[in-house]
Ligand binder design. Structure first.
Ligand code: ZN
Length: 444
């Protein structure tokens, strides 16, 4: 491996970490690739900026932040827990460069409005991240290859959790990792909310390597506990906000309509969205994938406002002009009413396939290791003074209250005009009846 240092450290100013320190030439070269620079043009939070107007920050800034937190963890491990012989469970600083590269590149495969886009076009950002890293045609791959021939595969294996050193894998991906720590702080800052403000400095201070991964010192238990609660609050208050989801539903239906029109040859004769055609046909090259960003999609939406198709036109207008669908929470008792409500939306002149939707948002705030689960969680381990490990929820009553419990809600979405006073009395009556079944009757 050839690891070249920069003649002088380079710093990037950042509102969350103040300075982001770059010391290795490979990191600076990776930042300067076209694939990494593309992340400047993709918003970190997608439709959340329609609810929290400050949330315009990009995936680029988040990736830089995850890199910086990882760098600080490596520094701290090297200062306080350097390995003396192989297999002693302490930190081997030869692992630093693979950890830093994986941290920087972990979100490389995100597309515009990621989750919505992935859902409609059946793509997967983690798969694309690995593909961009390992395909010889990308600038990223060529830079990584300069370290060693097998280095791109090593970095990709950290991202798919198969890298042999669990300390490196858990730094980037676990229930308390550099990725989550950066996005909670960054999203809290840019949304202007305070729920995500846990004590990062303290957590980094109490983090330590051991032979199976990363643990936390006993006296840092409360800082870790606070992080778990912050994450829970951010999901409930920011990520699951019903209005952002109302915009996500509009976007989903808009992309769905475009895809359906293409499949039925109804776009012929009008300007073809050529950068989206590979996604409509399911035949996507790396170059096609990397050509997309938020700006490209928004440009197509602007053009679609002048298409002859009424549904495409209307949904594009709703998305660009922030006209979210309204929603009502439902539960297992009221679920059976949904087809009836959808029919009423249809009888008011809306195509129910494009103007009604079910949207569910659920998260598991924290979970213990369960070998039977499909996606196994690495539990948070607290190291006692005698060196033994205790799983966090067994000593924190607060975390215990959240452990293994899925939280979130299920909502039915429909156009706002359905509940505007006098606009549609039949719907309003049924809607009131529907609402009568909901104990916590929130319309948002
Ligand atoms: Zn991330």
């Amino acid at each position: 491996m050839k690891i070249q240092m920069l003649p002088r450290e380079k710093v990037f100013r950042d509102p969350i970490h103040n300075y982001i320190h770059v010391q290795h030439k490979v990191i600076l070269d990776l930042i300067n690739t076209k694939e990494f620079q593309r992340l400047r043009r993709i918003k970190q939070l997608g439709t959340s900026s329609f609810t929290f107007q400050g949330a315009e920050h990009s995936r680029f800034t988040h990736c830089m932040g995850v890199y910086e937190i990882t760098r600080q963890i490596c520094d701290n491990f090297q200062r306080n827990y350097p390995s003396k012989e192989s297999g002693d469970g302490l930190w081997n600083d030869d692992e630093r460069i693979v950890a830093l590269c994986a941290a920087l590149l972990h979100d490389l495969g995100h597309g515009p409005y990621s989750h919505t886009f992935e859902h409609i076009f059946d793509t997967d950002h983690e798969m694309w991240t690995q593909k961009i890293i390992t395909s010889p045609e990308t600038e990223i791959n060529q830079i990584l290859k300069q370290v060693s021939d097998d280095f791109p595969e090593k970095v990709a294996s950290v991202i798919d959790h198969t890298y042999p050193n669990p300390q490196v894998v858990q730094m980037i991906s676990s229930q308390i990792d550099a990725d989550r720590m950066d996005y909670l702080l960054r999203d809290a800052y840019f949304t202007g909310t305070k729920y995500g403000m846990f004590d990062l400095t303290r957590i980094l201070r109490v983090m330590r390597p051991y032979n199976k991964g990363i643990a936390f010192d006993n006296d840092g238990m409360h800082a870790v506990e606070d992080y778990v609660l912050c994450r829970f609050q951010m999901y409930q208050q920011i990520y699951f906000h019903p209005v952002s989801r109302g915009m996500e539903v509009v976007l989903t239906k808009l992309l769905q309509r475009a895809k359906d029109l293409y499949e039925h040859n109804q776009m012929n004769g009008f300007e073809m969205p050529s950068l989206l055609v590979p996604f409509f046909t399911g035949n996507v090259s790396i170059n096609d994938y990397l050509s997309l960003d938020d700006g490209i999609l928004n440009t197509y939406f602007t053009l679609w406002q002048n298409y002859p198709d009424e549904i495409l036109k209307d949904l594009a207008y709703r998305f660009l002009s922030r006209k979210p669908f309204k929603s009502a929470q439902y539960n297992s008792d009221t679920k059976e009413k949904l087809p009836e409500l959808a029919d009423l939306v249809e009888s008011a002149g809306f195509d129910k396939d494009y103007y009604t939707a079910i949207n569910t948002s659920f998260d598991l705030p924290y979970d213990i290791y369960n070998p039977r689960q499909h996606k196994r969680k690495t539990q948070i381990e607290i190291m006692q003074d005698d060196g033994s490990l205790i799983e966090l929820s067994t000593i924190s009553r607060l975390v215990n209250a959240l452990t293994g419990k899925i939280s979130g809600d299920e909502r039915f979405y429909f156009p706002k005009s359905m509940i505007v006073e006098h606009s549609n009395d039949i719907f309003s009556d049924h809607y009131r009846a529907f609402k009568g079944h909901i104990h916590n009757d929130m319309i948002v």
